[in-house]
Design a protein around this ligand. Structure first.
Ligand code: NAD
Length: 495
């Protein structure tokens, strides 16, 4: 019998495991169940929101420099526990240690950003807007904020949200993905060790019932969501209907245009990383390469070799593979059925990872790196987010055609171009319909100081996660206009 990791909620500073229905958490490398995640319900939601609401006034009134100190300590603790966090992320998600480290570094940068909160919260100020009248902007926290996160970055995406939200003076309830609850628990334990007062950060596990409870709770003020597009849309619509401020990141389908003048070796290396890194389970994964003219002949043979050379295997042991498993057996089967549909519609699989064997972990959820050539826009494979280690290839005559194709997508998260031509790069950056654009950068995901600027069905809301927009999202402005009259006792500075 496997030892199951505990999966408690964290409410009002207490770790508590609710009884009732649970969902299994897998180690995707082995197929073993490693924990049972509580399904949760309204009782936990109400308790967590009440705890966060009760903790709000004191935390709001804590000077920003003192709030920042909690995050300086938190930063040290996350760094000291880096390996533990990496192992937890690898074990419940299947990322290689290198990928897990990279993702936790990105999260750490968000904590570092939050440490700058005393200056990030500065308001505007103008004397004498009219005679004797002064005006000041104060950035006030909102109250109880909520974060709902996906499976694919178990530590990084929660870290996109709660450090800045809390540093701004809000309190927080996190609802992590039920597929990867363990990293979030560790992040919560470290926050507790950093000295965060009880009730300021709360963690409630569960699925739809918990999400709905949070979205409709009258004391929740703002909701940050990251996940698939249909759920992002639902969260946005339900949240705003209930008077919440909402930022909801959705899915993606990112194009990478390869011009005939691109550096072959660097382009192949970057395409492989963009498409197969994290087993393709990234919202910024390069999912379709558009080869212009001779680019296909120059790049595809080496790309196929690179895909075939990727060693797939378990990520929960010392010897590390190049690529780990996908999250569940059901997800692997969905990717396989999308590939089958592509083949039946006329696409050609030129690097085939469908029947990859991993003898030392035969029950893991594996797929090998796969390249599909001859993809056309009318194929399901071309339109739906695959979220697996699959790179579609389309061939086009020129950059205009490639931009037209990329701009047909309902998504607008990322896009990239590989070229040595500044003119082509400029044309692409200006005209492509995507919020994050790479020039010879395959995964142009933004870092903590810049907003994560998805467009169209990759984002619902007004203010994005990360950077200055996140400070605006987690605060509301109060503008104070003041003037002072001479009182009955006369001017105090005059005799
Ligand atoms: P998901 O939408 O299935 O789940 C995300 C969260 O929503 C989870 O916490 C889940 O419990 C909850 N949820 C699921 N179904 C729900 C429902 N019916 N009602 C209410 N809540 C529900 O996403 P996922 O599979 O965990 O993550 C992968 C998706 O996330 C991909 O589409 C990927 O592109 C996207 N993603 C986007 C970004 C971004 O910044 N744009 C970043 C990472 C992942």
């Amino acid at each position: 019998m496997n030892h199951l990791a505990p999966c408690p909620n964290f409410i009002g500073g207490e770790w508590q495991t609710p009884s009732g229905v649970t969902t299994p958490v897998f180690n995707p490398s082995t197929g073993d169940v490693i924990a049972e995640c509580p399904a949760g319900g309204l009782a936990e939601v109400n308790a967590a929101v009440e705890a966060a609401n009760a903790a709000f006034p004191a935390w709001r009134d804590t000077p920003p420099i003192e709030r920042a100190r909690v995050f300086f300590r938190y930063r040290q603790l996350v760094e000291a526990n880096f390996d533990r966090l990496c192992q937890t992320v690898s074990r419940e998600h299947g990322k290689t240690h290198a990928e897990a480290r990279g993702s936790i570094f990105r999260g750490l940068e968000n904590i570092e950003y939050a440490c700058g909160i005393p200056t990030l919260l500065f308001g505007d100020s103008l004397r004498n807007i009219a005679r004797g009248v002064d005006c000041d902007t104060i950035n006030m926290p909102l109250g109880v904020c909520v974060g709902i996160t996906p499976f694919n970055f178990p530590a990084m995406v929660p870290l996109w949200m709660f450090p800045v939200a809390l540093a701004c003076g809000n309190t927080f309830v996190l609802k992590p993905s039920e597929k990867v609850p363990l990293s979030a628990i560790l992040l919560g334990q470290l926050l507790e060790q950093a000295g965060l007062p009880k009730g300021v950060f709360n963690l409630v596990h569960g699925g739809r019932a918990v999400v709905d409870g949070l979205l409709m709770h009258p004391k929740v003020t703002a909701v940050s969501f990251v996940g698939s597009t249909p759920i992002a849309k639902y969260i946005y619509e339900t949240g705003i209907k209930h008077g919440k401020r909402v930022q909801a990141n959705g899915g993606a389908k990112n194009y990478i245009v390869v011009m005939p003048d691109a550096d072959v070796a660097k382009t192949v290396e970057n395409l492989a990383t963009a498409a197969f890194g994290c087993a393709g389970e990234r919202c910024m994964a390069g999912s379709t390469a558009i080869a212009i003219g001779a680019a296909a002949e120059r790049v595809l043979p080496d790309l196929v070799k690179a895909a075939n050379a990727i060693r797939v295997g378990p990520t929960d042991r010392a010897a590390q593979p190049d690529m780990g498993p996908v999250i569940t057996a059901a997800h692997r089967d969905r990717v396989l059925s999308l590939l089958a549909s592509g083949e039946s519609e006329g696409a050609r699989i030129i690097a085939d990872g469908r029947s990859v064997k991993v003898p030392d972990a035969p029950r893991g959820f594996y797929l090998g790196a796969t390249v599909v050539d001859g993809v056309r826009n009318n194929m399901t494979l071309a339109r739906e987010e695959i979220f697996g280690p699959v790179l579609n290839v389309m061939r086009m005559v020129d950059l205009d055609a490639a931009i037209e194709q990329a701009n047909k997508s309902v998504f607008g998260n990322g896009a990239a171009i590989f070229t040595n031509s500044g003119r082509a790069a400029r044309e692409f950056t200006m005209r492509v319909k995507a919020g994050m654009v790479g020039v010879n950068v395959g995964v142009p995901a933004t870092m903590a100081m810049f907003p994560f600027t998805g467009w169209d069905e990759s984002f619902f809301g007004d203010l994005h996660i990360q950077g200055k927009e996140s400070i605006q999202f987690y605060t509301q402005q109060k503008v104070v206009s003041s003037r002072w009259f001479g009182g009955d006792v006369g001017d105090v500075w005059k005799k």
